[in-house]
Design a protein around this ligand. Structure first.
Ligand code: GLA
Length: 381
């Protein structure tokens, strides 16, 4: 849904909004499952996202409406004791809990978006970060960038996913035309220009979500933590898997069981790929960047084991078509989107071919979406 439709809904129910926030989704060129290992990522914020329209009310509730579905919720301001009726409510509740401050008055809010929900483009972080910005504005919280980042990460951990900081950092710090090389240990970062020329990035949404994403994601993080402890106790002291080098891998293969070795090896190689990808971007070497993306997918699928048939199929499709320079699954995995680098725009013939063949294979229609690097979170009147 577009913001204008949400504005009409807001006016119908609450009058005129006094503040608006747009929180974008995030794409990630490369660096998957590295953020919670203190490693490197290379994301950017995209033009698609979630709009929030709000005004103060005299109650002690958040009067909230999801314009896309027409669902309505009244959440008490302390966030406690609220029985969840809709999945999205938990993000608002967890932000209120993480903030843990008494708020003086309630808010009316309408939110809506055009992000593929559950597509691995951070729709959940767009909600938490957008809501935090709204709270910061209305209650003059004076939160710094770091405060907001911490709040957003704490709130999302509260929903049960032990995620890293990539999504929230990107939403708050995205810059049009740039990707962010982020060191997830120190939060130091460098903007890397995306001088795309005739190249394009596309997402292709599988429209599937397999398994309990939360459980599988947390289990990968758990395996990394077990491996880190074993390596620290038996090999060399490390703070996180990020402290390992490719040269450590032969020794670690002897030391770790097969599964843990695959996880560790993936993280080490993926960190390395992020740095290689940055070099290729700076050198405008799009062909090599594409190869790095394919390499990443291969390892996400076979070493980290977070892909699925639908994602693998979409990546394999691109291998036979020289329009595509590279492709890989993006985000946590087990469904969601692939990110694709193309040498020119995807024609309607190729879109139709992907859609038809994918439909034949899986009985689902995929969605193809062009993405560009746009600014991060935006507050306006
Ligand atoms: C999810 C998490 C991120 C990151 C990715 C995988 O999007 O929210 O923190 O771990 O998965 O790279």
């Amino acid at each position: 849904m577009t913001k204008d439709k949400a504005l009409n809904i807001f006016r119908l129910h609450y009058g005129e909004p006094t503040h608006q926030v747009f929180a974008p989704g995030r794409a990630n060129i490369i660096g998957e499952h590295t953020d919670y290992n203190d490693g490197f990522v290379l994301p950017f914020s995209i033009g698609q996202g979630i709009w929030f329209l709000a005004s103060a009310n005299g109650s002690s509730h958040l009067d909230l409406m999801a314009a896309d579905t027409g669902e309505h919720s009244m959440i008490p301001l302390d966030g406690v004791d609220h029985e969840l009726a809709f999945g999205w409510e938990r993000y608002f509740v967890q932000v209120l809990k993480a903030l843990g401050k008494p708020l003086k008055y309630g808010l009316n809010m309408v939110f809506c978006g055009n992000l593929p929900i559950g597509g691995g483009v951070s729709s959940s972080s767009a909600i938490t970060c957008g809501f935090i910005s709204i709270l910061n504005h209305f209650y003059h919280l004076d939160l710094s960038g770091d405060d907001m980042l911490e709040l957003a990460v704490t709130a999302e951990t509260g929903t049960g996913v032990r995620g890293g900081i990539m999504d929230q950092f990107t939403i708050f710090n995205g810059k049009k035309g740039e990707a962010i090389l982020l060191d997830c240990r120190s939060c130091s970062h460098e903007y890397v220009e995306l001088d795309m020329k005739c190249h394009h990035f596309y997402l292709i949404n599988t429209h599937v979500r397999h398994n309990l994403v939360q459980t599988d994601y947390n289990s990968r993080r758990g395996q990394c933590e077990v491996a880190k402890s074993l390596i620290s106790d038996n090999y060399k002291k490390i703070e996180a898997l990020r402290d390992l080098d490719i040269r450590d891998l032969p020794d670690l293969q002897e030391m770790l069981d097969d599964t843990l070795f695959k996880r560790v090896s993936f993280v080490v190689q993926e960190n390395n790929r992020v740095l290689r990808a940055v070099k290729t971007l700076k050198a405008h070497d799009w062909n090599v960047l594409g190869e790095v993306l394919y390499e990443s997918h291969d390892e996400l699928s076979n070493m980290y084991e977070v892909s699925c048939d639908e994602l693998d199929w979409l990546v394999e499709y691109t291998l036979d078509n020289d329009l595509f320079l590279g492709a890989r699954m993006m985000g946590g995995g087990f469904g969601g989107c692939t990110i694709n680098l193309t040498r020119e725009k995807i024609s309607s013939d190729i879109s139709a071919d992907i859609e038809n063949r994918y439909y034949k294979q899986f009985g689902i229609k995929p969605e193809i979406l062009e993405i560009n690097s746009e600014n991060g979170i935006l507050n306006s009147k």
